[in-house]
Design a protein around this ligand. Sequence first.
Ligand code: ZN
Length: 101
Amino acid sequence: MKRQEVLNVLKRQLRDKLNVAGDYPAEDELLDYVLADRWASVKEALLRAEEGLYGICADCGKNIALRRLKARPEAIRCMQCQSSKDQQRAKHEMRIRLAYA
Ligand SMILES: [Zn+2]
C-alpha cells in the first residue's frame, strides 16, 4: 500500500470510530488520535512495570513473547489475548454503530 492509501484507510477508520460524518479528519487530528491512543498504552505498561508485571499478559498471566515486546514494548497482552480483545472491541463498536444507524 502506498502512503496515501494507508493514510486514507486510517482516516476512514478514525472517522468511523469517532462517528464523524462527511470529510476525513485532517492528518494532524489523525496523528493526535494515534499518539493519544499509543500514549495511554505506554502509561499502562509503565504502571504494570512498577508493579513488577512488565512482560506478563494482563489477561492470561503468561509471558508475552519477547518478539512481541521488541516490536511493541508497551504491549500488556500476549498476541492471543490481544487478538480476542480486538475482536471483542470490534464487535462492541459494530453493535454501537448498528444501534445508532
Ligand atoms: Zn494472554
